[in-house]
Design a protein. Structure first.
Length: 318
């Protein structure tokens, strides 16, 4: 895509963001209902065959929602830190990309304020075990690595937006989802759609100027980081302890379920699609980590993807 065309598209994204400033305290008001926030099939433990009482399902749904919200706040914080660092050495501060990056940071702060409010309303009882001790130190080191490498940052931004977007779409479409949760998800998805579009446009430019080391991180470290993001931030093991299940053992069992595979595969294939559009030299040479993550072969053709079909990953961008 020509530079002038990209700049025109980015400018249009900025125009939409400027015209639609959605303040969550005005747009998403209220509180969660007293019942189960989501349908049984959206609970991560449903396929394990371990019967839960109605009250346990209610608790699990709230803790599962809280974990995703807390993970969202931390992931968006990393995004904002990375964008801020990127802007410190951006060569042309009048570039339309700079303007949109600033719009996006503003939107992410509003999202995080909404998530923090929702987290307070949920009052989760189980902390994330990966936020403390050695695990916490490793997590902080990983975040610093992501923030300091622009092409890796852009890739992980897509990961951190595509996976929650998938889950939020399922929740919005399901009639048994709590109304407040549905409205919050709809609000978030509206702005995240622009963020995904922007990251998909930016990735080819960052890839073209990335160092050999930075490209290696995207090809080989990003799939590992994506699995870690899923397992330690979006759905941490403490969620299962809230209903009396052994945290780590249950987490390992959940990773073998069809729902988990579907979240992983459907949530990451769009990221691989964007990467292959940015790096056509990977056509026919999809790195092994991405193949396992997205359930595709070296050509990007889907294999057994946990019920998501056998479609071919596209190469022409989103």
């Amino acid at each position: 895509m020509a530079t002038s065309t990209i700049e025109q598209r980015v400018a249009r994204l900025s125009t939409v963001s400027a015209r639609r400033v959605l303040e969550p305290d005005d747009v998403v008001t209220g509180d969660f209902g007293p019942g189960q926030l989501m349908a049984d099939e959206m609970l991560l433990t449903t396929e394990l065959g371990r019967p839960l009482s109605p009250e346990q399902k209610r608790t699990l749904a709230r803790e599962q929602t809280a974990a995703l919200l807390a993970g969202g706040i931390r992931l968006e914080a990393a995004l904002m830190a990375g964008f801020g660092l990127l802007l410190t050495h951006w060569p042309d501060l009048t570039d339309p990309r700079v303007t949109y990056l600033l719009h996006e940071v503003g939107e992410e702060t509003r999202h995080s304020r909404l998530f923090a409010r929702m987290l307070h309303q949920l009052a989760p009882t189980q902390p994330n075990p990966f936020d403390r001790g050695v695990n916490g130190a490793v997590a902080r080191r990983i975040y610093r690595t992501i923030v300091g490498h622009p092409v890796l940052l852009c890739t992980m931004v897509l990961v951190g937006e595509e996976i929650p977007d998938l889950i939020q779409r399922w929740l919005i479409e399901h009639p048994d989802t709590d109304d407040y949760l549905r409205r919050a998800n709809a609000y978030h998805r509206e702005e995240e759609a622009r963020h995904i579009a922007f990251a998909s446009m930016l990735l080819p430019e960052l890839w073209a100027t990335a160092s050999r080391r930075d490209r290696w991180l995207v090809k080989h470290a990003a799939p590992v980081l994506t699995n870690l993001m899923l397992e330690t931030q979006m759905f941490h093991p403490g969620v299962y302890a809230s209903v009396g299940l052994p945290a780590m053992r249950t987490a390992r069992a959940v990773k073998r379920t069809a729902l988990w595979r579907r979240i992983r595969v459907e949530g990451t294939r769009p990221v691989l699609k964007a990467l292959l559009a940015a790096a056509p030299e990977l056509h026919g040479r999809v790195p092994r980590g991405w193949r396992r993550l997205c359930a595709v072969d070296a050509d990007g053709t889907g294999v057994d993807g946990g019920g998501v079909g056998y479609e071919r990953v596209g190469y022409a961008g989103r």
